[in-house]
Design a protein around this ligand. Sequence first.
Ligand code: SF4
Length: 233
Amino acid sequence: MTENKQKTECDRCGTCCLKGGPALHYEDRWLVQNNHLQLEHLITIRKGEPIFSLGAEMPEASQTEVIKMKGKGSEWTCFFFDEQEASCTIYKQRPLECSLLKCWDTAALEKVAGRNLLCRTDIIGPHDPLLQFIERHEEKCSLKNLGSLLSEVRQENSEQQAQNFLTDLVNSDLAIRTQAYAKYRFSLDLELFFFGRPLFKILQQFGLATREENGICSLAIDPSLPAARLGGL
Ligand code: SF4
């Protein structure tokens, strides 16, 4: 538990909101159902995707799917944070985690962290036409082994097999997104909700760039970057 006895109330410094929006819980489902939050405001963190948990110093593989409030542009600063006013633009309809967070005492937040989290199927319903693409995406491009692939691929005598496997995952990921887009023409914001971040983007933070030629991606490992690892591997 983080406790700072000096502080007893929020002084609206905005640090929490600058670090990123909250994960959504079942208690937040009404916000989506009543259009206070739209799908464009959300991003899916897929099971196995590297994330920073509360208080962690290095990324760890997410144990479950998480729906988070989106950031602004390429930043994690919460989409609903007004930096000029240092205020929340949806304060009365802010999600559970935001209403519990006191940076000087995180006990209440820790009690709910990682519990009763919403996932995509809680939000879009069983007849959504994108569901078949989401299911195929999870089947063909699961991230559940990403942590071990990342540690294998950056070793000096890296297994070619791990590189090939990651390359196939990157290409399948892009192919399924492209097929879904060709049929339903959704925005990039909606893509981040339906399919999460593209794998090639996730790999960049681990020093693995991708090169694209004739629509096919290949991996290019940047040896100058440190071999970042997922926690626990
Ligand atoms: S919803 Fe509001 S309180 Fe919560 S992180 Fe975003 S700006 Fe901050």
